[in-house]
Design a protein around this ligand. Sequence first.
Ligand SMILES: [Zn+2]
Length: 421
Amino acid sequence: MDVSARRAFNLLKEMAYVRVSGTEEEKKAAERLLAEAKKCGVKTQIEPFTVKTGKVNKARLVVTAPYVKEYEVTGYERSLSTTEGGLDAEFYYAENLLPVHLQNCKGKIVMINGRLRRADYEKLQKAQVAAILTFSGTTLDRNSETDCDIRKLREVMTDPFGFAVALNMRAADAAEIVRRGAKTMHIEVDSECFDAQSQNVCAVIEGSKYPDEIISFGAHYDSVHFSTGVYDNMSGSVIIMELLRYFAAHQPERTLKFNWYGSEEQGLLGSKAWTQAHEDELENHVLMINVDVAAATLGQNAAPILATEAAVGYVDALMKEHGMACSVKMDIYSSDCIPFADHGVPAINLCRFGTAGAGYIHDRRDNLKSGYLDEKSLDITLQQALMLAKHVVNAKVFPIERTISDEIRKKVDEYLFKEKK
Ligand SMILES: [Zn+2]
């Protein structure tokens, strides 16, 4: 059986709904992928894992002086709840958390620029803020066309630095409260933390000649709130499904594993769970090929590789030999390749990035109606993936050394917040 971009795109259309980590919809998507994989007549299973998540029942923010106005906010999942009657405190805009800002934060409701990164969270917790406020979107957003983003206090933040009250608001509102000189605020958060179940969908084809050499294909199938995740990353999910169909019909010499990861958007939780559960066999993994974002009509192809310069040269030469346009570089990529590289398994990512103004991730615009994806463009990454896979799967001598360069090792360690020695 040959691969088909049409069939892949039809499956993508069918699964164009929000699939957030640990939800019923994520599970429904996993079951759909499982059913599709089963049709290929290979060994399949769902591997569940636990995710720490939460739900915010109520979140309010009211500026109380020098003017009074309530603003739309969302509570971070896993935020602390405020005590009975809410929290009243001074407001302080701490911009990018320079030392000058930090000395003014204690006991205040503190707003910062951009995402709440782990390093910012550490600083804010050490400065003993009363609550954390972030904003998302742009000051040009129309409320009817955008959502006030829902964020999460991840374990990488709460495990070392404890919990906090954290809220998110719209950029235009954040600008207004700064412009109008908000001095004090009243906030209320009612939040629950709980464990939920997420899952990876797994399929295996045993190799005919080198069964102990494993090549692992991966793509995450979860999305974030408000996003149907057709681009990020049902596109990659349906591409590796086509590869599964192909190799189910063309017996590979090496063993192939196909994994659709859940909860990638919450910090690569699916691939972390998988590499942990399969730690023993990872030394037999010779390569991981990950597909995360494809099908953008206006875009460009890239292959960030977590291995060595020799691996980069090999993939680059293959692309050129086949007349395939792809920018092949040694770099990390924020996706499920990371836990594999962390375990010493070389990883190749295949992506087609939408160009500026023609590629949307992590909000409601990642939707088929946005009109920036198409079947022909999906076929570009599908063909690159198939070409690469055909070469490595049946190579006489495996062409990629099982080595991660020091440069990549260092970037992976930083990405995973490993302590510097
Ligand atoms: Zn992604």
